[in-house]
Ligand binder design. Structure first.
Ligand code: NAD
Length: 260
């Protein structure tokens, strides 16, 4: 379905981004991966993705805190592939603390990586998409782009901002064959959530398994994690012809979280 298309997935050395990169490669897209990690593991992922797609896979180590490096990442994809057709903004970090104790430097980092990085990546990718009159931008937001939870002020502010950015970009690009949507996952089993499970276990004096059960009972009516593959297949759907008229949306993939 995506043979000949070129995709960039930020934060694709992480759990959700990797699943998205795998799904896009499986569909035939050339892919640029990004994120931190051990060089050997990243190289193994790159080789596996190229094999999967039968096309190309490259890595760019841009730090999403830095606008100049984000510009270089998009430029690298355009140089190597001739353009960026699909941009998935997935890099993200979390920090949990009450607002009056929230470290200001963490606030700045969360806003920069979870919100501003998407702005910088898409502003550089858009000219090419408009010229080719085809583009798919998918911002990995969160249920926290739609509702709040205690102690997540920066993350909730950034993800709500990302949903707002998504809607505005959708309006500005709707007549150019470009769609821009946000996906809003509930809890997915990744390092980003494991840290929260461990913190909850410490606070309640219970096991990690009991802390997980507590978290899911409070928030996610399915009582199961959302899987990275379910997020990846939603991205793939948004890149399909069936989704060409879907733009400016924030799609919960959350086991019922925001229905409450
Ligand atoms: P993860 O920790 O497995 O992946 C995060 C990725 O972002 C990694 O590739 C990491 O290297 C990259 N990253 C972090 N800081 C970076 C920086 N400064 N520059 C470049 N890359 C950087 O976590 P994940 O759960 O896979 O998170 C992926 C996205 O999904 C995030 O935007 C997160 O907010 C969102 N999300 C996750 C959940 C969940 O339950 N795990 C739920 C909703 C939304």
């Amino acid at each position: 379905m995506l043979k000949g298309k070129n995709a960039v997935v930020t934060g694709s050395t992480g759990v959700i981004g990797r699943a998205i990169a795998e799904a896009l490669s499986q569909a035939g897209a050339n892919i640029l991966i990004n994120g931190f990690g051990a060089a050997a593991e990243i190289e193994a992922l790159r080789v596996a993705l190229a094999r999967r797609s039968g096309g190309e896979a490259i890595y760019h180590g841009a730090n999403m805190l830095r606008p100049d490096e984000i510009a270089a990442l998009i430029a690298a994809a355009e140089k190597r592939f001739g353009g960026v057709d699909i941009l998935v903004n997935c890099a993200g970090i979390q920090h949990v603390a009450p607002v009056e104790k929230f470290p200001p430097e963490k606030w700045d980092e969360i806003l920069a990586i979870n919100l501003s990085a998407a702005f910088h990546a898409l502003r550089h990718a858009l000219a090419g998409m408009k010229a080719r009159r085809w583009g798919r931008i998918v911002n990995i937001a969160s249920v926290h782009g739609l509702v709040a939870s205690l102690d997540k002020s920066a993350y909730v502010a950034a993800k709500h901002g990302l949903v707002g950015l998504t809607k505005t970009v959708a309006l500005e690009t709707a007549a150019f064959g470009i769609t821009c949507n946000a996906i809003c996952p509930g809890y997915v089993d990744t390092p980003l959530v494991q840290v929260q499970i461990e913190a909850r276990a410490r606070k309640e004096g219970c096991s990690n398994a009991d802390a997980l059960a507590l978290l899911l009972r409070e928030k996610q009516p399915s009582l199961n994690f959302v899987t990275p593959e379910q997020i990846a297949q939603t991205v793939l759907f948004l890149c399909s012809p069936a989704a060409a008229a879907i733009t400016g949306t924030a799609i919960p993939v959350d086991g019922g979280w925001v229905a409450q």
